[in-house]
Design a protein around this ligand. Structure first.
Ligand code: ATP
Length: 923
């Protein structure tokens, strides 16, 4: 054909779809005129839509310097000649622009054996497994946190129970020995009036008795009563006192007791009896006197049975709040970081996602409960752990987990930070437990409160929706029920206990009286209710948001901002390509358009204050095997459009069809058809690169035996193998982007969306990314990409749109845009350093005369940089003239290229500019 016939050593670099790219050796610039002349003359005959030329970029030089040829993966195998010589590259386009070389084949995923994807139940099973393993890995990597939560539960219970232990342990009355030693070292005053044998013997035994416990015997002269009242020491230390009065044939023993000491009367009498017994039976004789309360349940003890149940419930609440609230951490983190959205977009079933999470969290919770039962045992809370009670308690605790964990998941939707979610949920759990109990106690016991019965019953029914209330009531009633039963078995006729047969023989699980049946039923039920609410939220919140956005907010906005809506959202555009595309889409039915992605009059308004019109009525189609580049400045609306395409945001008006499915109506069908690399790295940072890739391979349904190979291949394709077994949080920014890209590409999506995928990547990594994107495009996938690197889009995008303030301002292939908006060539002339000033002036005059309207944009000692109008100056003419000038002015070198896409793009930074017709505005 034209290029080869004129230039034999031209190398076909790429041949993709309707686009050819040649490498032209620099030595052959003399033949360029003939080649371009032939192309221009035979343009129609050869079916060439447009063509252009560009020069080697610095980036290519950088890669060369980076020794890529030494690497196993030679990503630029065909470009070796480009770097050794300063050559021009010719692009021939038929509406499409160039692509990367086709030889990055050592990486190609297309060559590997066909990957089998599971569907149906096997896929569900695989996804459940992936989600479960993800949770296990999180717990394994954060084992300290998990352990801390468990310790918080058992620790708080153990500590709090320790404080109550005395009251809990003293349920049975204990006997007490009547012994003066129990009061420490005391003073025993003794007053003797008169003498008798008996007095002497008494004195002897009293002394021997007191000496053993180091008590002080104080013989009082005078009035004993006065001594007892007035002596400072005695006021505190005299528990008993003796008085002996000898009257003729009579000796009177009087024993006095301190009536502030609870046991002193019986103690005093016991001492006197002991001494008298020793007097009659010898010094070794002794009487041991003890008191033991009768098993009688007074009102105080009766209320203690109940209060102890309450104490356990209150103590458990604190630890449970610390433990249960922790189950929101991963859920909030995944949602906020966008990792959950990527998982759903990759096709994870909602059921698999939540049930796997619940199963693993229940396993962890079960382990914590086992520790808790050990603490019950250690705290002597026998009623919960003896015999089959252990199983009952475990059953109650597990039911609480079943109801509380889904509630934590549900409430986690309210938070946007995991740390604040945890703190707030701890408070919620603790306070809801405490206050619900308070309300219960207040309204149960306060017979005088004048709340109507209906309201009271409503209040109690509402409390039953709180897992914490149900747990507390189970703990309390279980304790009370068994303690009451215990007491009833000891005292058959306890007046204040209901010990009748009906009460003592009923089951603790019954629904009547102070039992736990109703709470057990409620915990089982609300667990299911909360799970259903989660599924409802996940599946229907979309519809609710759609209704609010499209009908309520937009309806109101339209009413009050009629003028703005008709002006800004009309969809009309000055650019004929944008307008034609819009008309084509509006004028043809969906089936005729038959595109992988169809965006039809899409508008996105953020109804915040102030209202932001982010996307303003854009329409475009993207076919299979096409790569659509969305260019725009910061805040142009690219990410908003992306969010709508992935179902993260709701379109205010308009429709988006992905693979034929309307995303606004059927978001769930669309999801498994998208591979998405978001703007921010939505990775699970506690996993390794390999682990996350394996997880996504399972999510996509890659058959188990093929997973390792498939993952290795994708890790290799983006040169991630060396870091594959490192935790993602230790990756560099560029490596994280590569991983995100690999995840977006690895499945079997029909459409791949990439939001600034190359941000932070070095040139080598970028090349790898381009190769991977090109391979995906060639395999028939539709790709939509946003990037601030315009040259990147120039390389692999087949269609481009530049977005300014939410609108498309131009649309078409890169070559088309360059031809349309860049009505000039860039000419760089390298002059010899020894060129005379006169010759230089002659050269400048020559250029200005030969190419009228040219502008000298830059001038340095060696280089002259001109912009030459392309109208009336064909490629052939320019090359012909410059070849002559090269000899005439002894130029060292020159090259001509068309303008870059970046220059086209930058012109739109000035809104008044409509392309590059006035190249004084060109940067
Ligand atoms: N959640 C939001 N709430 C309110 N306004 C928003 C929200 N997200 C984006 N915007 C606004 O919408 C406009 C478009 O933002 P968007 O993020 O889509 O731009 P972009 O082209 O992706 O920018 P960048 O290149 O910086 O990523 C901006 O004015 C932005 O402030």
């Amino acid at each position: 054909m034209g290029v080869r016939s004129s230039l034999h050593d031209a190398i076909l670099e790429k041949n993709i779809r309707n686009e050819l790219s040649f490498l032209l050796p620099k030595d052959s610039t003399h033949s360029f005129e003939a080649m371009f002349t032939e192309l221009e003359e035979r343009q129609k005959e050869l079916g060439i839509a447009s063509f252009g030329a560009s020069v080697t970029t610095m980036e290519e030089v950088f890669i060369r310097v980076s020794n890529m040829e030494a690497s196993e993966i030679d990503i630029l195998p065909l470009q070796s000649q480009r770097f050794s010589q300063m050559s021009d590259t010719l692009f021939m386009n038929q509406n499409r622009n160039m692509s990367r070389n086709e030889r990055a084949d050592s990486l190609t995923v297309n060559e590997s054996p066909a990957v089998m994807f599971n569907t149906g139940y096997s896929l569900y099973q695989q996804q459940f497994r992936a989600m479960f393993i993800k949770r296990v890995i999180f717990s394994r990597r954060n084992w300290k946190l998990i352990l801390l939560q468990m310790l918080a539960l058992v620790g708080s219970l153990a500590l709090l129970s320790q404080a109550d232990k005395s009251s809990l342990g003293n349920m049975n009355g204990q006997s007490r020995q009547m012994n003066l030693g129990q009061y420490g070292q005391t003073i025993v005053p003794l007053s003797i009036s008169g003498n008798s044998n008996l007095t002497l013997i008494f004195l002897k035994h009293l002394k021997s008795m007191l000496i053993s416990d180091n008590h002080t015997l104080k013989e009082v002269q005078g009035n004993l009563m006065e001594y007892l009242i007035e002596n400072e020491d005695c006021i505190h230390l005299c528990i008993v006192a003796f008085s002996i009065e000898v009257k003729r044939n009579q000796t009177i023993f009087t024993v006095l007791f301190n009536n502030q000491a609870y046991h002193s009367p019986s103690l005093a009498l016991a001492m006197l009896d002991n001494i008298l017994f020793m007097s009659t039976s010898g010094p070794d004789a002794s009487l041991t006197v003890s008191n033991k309360p009768q098993p009688h349940l007074n009102d105080k003890e009766y209320s203690r049975i109940f209060s102890n149940g309450y104490q356990v419930a209150l103590n458990i609440h604190f630890g449970m709040a610390l433990l249960i609230s922790g189950y929101c951490l991963l859920t909030v983190t995944e949602r906020v970081s966008g990792a959950k959205h990527i998982q759903f977009v990759s096709g994870v079933y909602i059921l698999a996602y939540w049930l796997a999470a619940l199963l693993w969290d229940l396993i962890l919770y079960f382990i914590a409960c086992c520790f808790l039962l050990v603490v019950f045992q250690l705290c002597e809370l026998d009623v919960y752990v003896t015999g089959y009670h252990l199983l009952d308690t475990m059953f109650i605790l597990m039911l609480y987990g079943w109801s509380a964990i889904p509630l934590m998941y549900l409430l986690s939707f309210l938070f946007s930070k995991s740390s604040s979610a945890y703190i707030k949920l701890v408070l919620f759990n603790y306070l809801s437990g405490i206050f619900s109990l308070l309300i219960d106690v207040m309204f149960q016991s306060d017979a005088e409160n004048n709340m109507p019965n209906a309201n009271r019953s409503f209040l109690f029914k509402s409390l039953l929706l709180l897992p914490n209330y149900n747990l507390a009531m189970c703990i309390i009633n279980y304790f009370t029920f068994h303690q009451t039963k215990n007491w009833c078995s000891k005292i058959m006729h306890a007046t204040n206990l209901k010990c009748d047969k009906q009460n003592t023989e009923k089951s603790v699980y019954s629904l009547e009286g102070q039992t736990i049946g109703i709470y057990i039923i409620m915990m089982s039920t609300i667990g299911v209710i909360y799970l259903l609410l989660i599924f409802f939220w996940e599946t229907n919140v979309w519809k609710l948001r759609k209704f609010l956005n499209q009908y309520i907010y937009f309806g109101i906005y339209k009413k009050y901002k009629k003028g703005k809506v008709s002006k800004e959202l009309s969809g009309e555009c000055d650019d004929d390509d944008v307008e034609n595309e819009r008309k084509r889409i509006l004028g043809q039915p969906l089936e005729v358009l038959n595109s992988a992605v169809l965006i039809k009059e899409l508008t996105k308004i953020y109804f915040n204050y102030p209202v932001v019109l982010a996307v303003k009525n854009i329409s475009v189609t993207i076919q299979k095997g096409e790569c659509f580049g969305l260019l725009g400045f910061n805040g142009a609306g690219k990410t908003s459009a992306f969010h709508i395409l992935t179902g993260e945001e709701i379109a205010t008006t308009g429709q988006v069809f992905i693979d034929g499915f309307n995303i606004t109506d059927n978001i769930h069908k669309v999801k498994s058809r998208i591979g998405y690399c978001p703007q921010t790295d939505a990775l699970l940072e506690y996993m390794t690169g390999r682990e996350i890739m394996i997880m996504y391979a399972r999510v996509w349904g890659v058959s188990e035996p093929q997973i390792q190979l498939h993952v290795r291949k994708w890790l290799g394709s983006l040169q991630l193998e060396p870091y594959a077994d490192r935790i993602i949080s230790t990756y560099s920014g560029g490596s994280k982007r590569r991983l995100c890209t690999a995840i977006a590409l690895m499945g079997k999506p029909a459409v791949i969306l990439m939001d600034e995928p190359s941000t932070g990547m070095d040139p080598v990594a970028r090349r790898l990314l381009w190769d991977a994107v090109i391979q995906a495009r060639e395999s028939g996938k539709a790709i939509i990409i946003t990037s601030h690197r315009v040259e990147e889009c120039d390389i692999f995008c087949t269609k481009l749109a530049i977005m300014v303030k939410g609108k498309f301002v131009c649309l078409g292939s890169p070559q088309h845009l360059k031809n349309k908006f860049g009505k000039f060539y860039i000419l760089k002339i390298k002059i010899n350093t020894d060129t005379h000033k006169q010759t230089l002036d002659d050269l400048k005059n020559f250029i200005m005369m030969t190419f009228p309207g040219s502008t000298l944009k830059q001038e340095s000692k060696e280089i002259l940089n001109y912009y030459i109008p392309s109208t009336d100056n064909s490629w052939a003419k320019v090359f012909g003239i410059l070849e002559d000038a090269k000899e005439q002015f002894s130029l060292e070198d020159y090259y001509v290229s068309q303008i870059t896409l970046e220059q086209v793009f930058l012109t739109f930074a000035i809104p008044e500019n409509k392309g590059l017709n006035d190249y004084n505005n060109v940067p």
